[in-house]
Design a protein around this ligand. Structure first.
Ligand code: PBG
Length: 419
């Protein structure tokens, strides 16, 4: 690895091997040849005053026929002389940013952002059944049987360093009501699953979704009044019960994704009153009314039965409004602020990053995932590279953690494993 990392393709391989850095001076590995001499000969030569020559200036490899012959920009004779006079000496370039990009080692040294499996949170769909059923709109994703398939998937994720998951339940229609009371059934699917996972993996970080939509016969995140209005405070009351039920089961971080006003403060108070001061709240601070959620709603069969979510989720056209939500969530005691969707909302991630000291989460949602998958299947893009780039860009924009259906695949890539 040393040689491929240290030397770029366009520096001739005649660069002296003595530049190689060695981690130890033992000779158990293949001895490094320096100018054809052994280490001992080399050392003796240096002691005797025969210091090696400086490396030769790189030769100029041939350029393709037809390449224009021009003076170096540093001399800048190609520019109009009056232009040079006007700009002064700065007209010739003294800064060549490509210098810092010329070899893999330099690029690695100056890389500003990193991506690690520890940054990833794996959203997992669960259901009561035994089988894992594929989700048509999300290739590679399944509704996992909570007793078996889920545990297996969590084990695979932990094997490559992803130790955080978030659970989304597919609830049978028979359990859905207009007030979503199944959401706080302590023997419901989510609490039972949390207990099972915590029993097997006590150090697994379990995030939960706090919202009524999987449990609502109306497919909304809150209770719907006769006239179609989503009832804020009554919904928050239910969400508090839901969050406490999840905390009792062993959830580490509850994540209200409902966008009701005042829910973070109310959930904080409810958790504290029940002795769960240690349970964190990741608030979906800037959650937009986005069409990128389509595949997710198919996965959970949670499409609103009527209307849309625009009276509670934010207008995709709005930027400043995200600051209003940020201030509220901070003052109500949120521990982590989340932006959703991810890639089309990088400006919002950056806005929150620059305006809050709290950790920022980004949710690369179902539609973003499925588009990359589809592009890969159609061979229009390189799926793995686009995946990694999109995750890196979310980190660069300011996300500390990323919720992504690619978590396992990406972590395997980062660990150097292929599927
Ligand atoms: C609902 C919820 C949604 C998602 C996460 N939680 C959908 C919605 O608001 O309708 C979407 C996630 C995705 O698209 O991947 N509380």
């Amino acid at each position: 690895m040393a040689s491929s990392m240290l030397y770029s393709a366009n520096i001739p391989l005649s660069v002296p091997r003595s530049l190689r850095v060695r981690a130890s001076n033992t000779n158990d590995n293949v001895p490094m040849k320096k100018m054809g001499m052994s280490d001992e000969e080399c050392e003796a030569a240096v002691v005797a005053g025969n210091i090696p020559e400086a490396p030769p200036a790189p030769s100029k490899p041939a350029a393709p026929a037809g390449t224009p012959v021009v003076p170096s920009l540093a001399e800048c004779c190609c520019c109009d002389i009056s232009e040079i006079m006007r700009k002064g000496d700065n007209a010739s370039i003294s800064r060549r940013p490509r210098r810092n990009r010329r070899s893999p080692a330099l690029r690695a040294a100056f890389q500003e952002t990193s991506l690690s499996p520890a940054n990833l949170v794996y959203p997992l769909f669960i259901h009561e059944g035994e089988e894992d059923t594929p989700i048509g709109a999300m290739p590679g994703c399944y509704r996992l049987g909570w007793r078996h398939g889920l545990v297996e998937e969590v084990t695979k994720a932990r094997d490559v360093g992803v130790n955080s998951i978030v659970l989304f339940p597919k609830v049978p229609d028979a359990l859905k009501t207009s007030t979503g009371d199944e959401a706080y059934n302590e023997n419901g699917l989510v609490p039972q699953t949390i207990r099972l996972l915590k029993d097997k993996y006590p150090d697994l970080i379990i995030y939960t979704d706090v919202a009524l939509d999987p449990y609502s016969s109306d497919g909304h995140d809150g209770i719907v009044r006769e006239d179609g209005v989503i009832m804020n405070d009554e919904t928050v009351h239910q969400l508090c019960k839901q969050a406490v039920a999840q905390a009792r089961a062993g959830a580490d971080i509850v994540s209200p994704s409902d966008m009701m006003d005042g829910r973070v403060g109310a959930i904080r108070a409810a958790l504290d009153a029940d002795g769960f001061q240690h349970v964190s709240i990741m608030s979906y601070t800037a959650k937009y009314a986005s069409s990128f959620y389509g595949p997710f709603r198919e996965a959970l069969d949670s499409n609103p039965r009527f209307g849309d979510k625009k009276t509670y989720q934010m207008n995709p056209a709005n930027y400043r409004e995200a600051l209003v939500e940020t201030r509220e969530d901070e003052s109500e005691g949120a521990d982590i602020l989340l932006v959703k969707p991810g890639l089309p909302y990088l400006d919002i991630i950056r806005l929150l990053r620059d305006n809050s000291p709290l950790p920022i989460a980004a949710y690369q949602v179902s539609g973003e995932y499925s588009m990359i998958k589809a592009g890969g299947v159609l061979k229009m893009i390189d799926e793995e590279r686009v995946m990694t780039e999109s995750l890196m860009c979310l980190r660069r924009a300011g996300a500390d953690i990323i919720l992504t259906y690619f978590a396992l695949q990406a972590a395997r890539c980062l660990c150097g494993e292929k599927r």
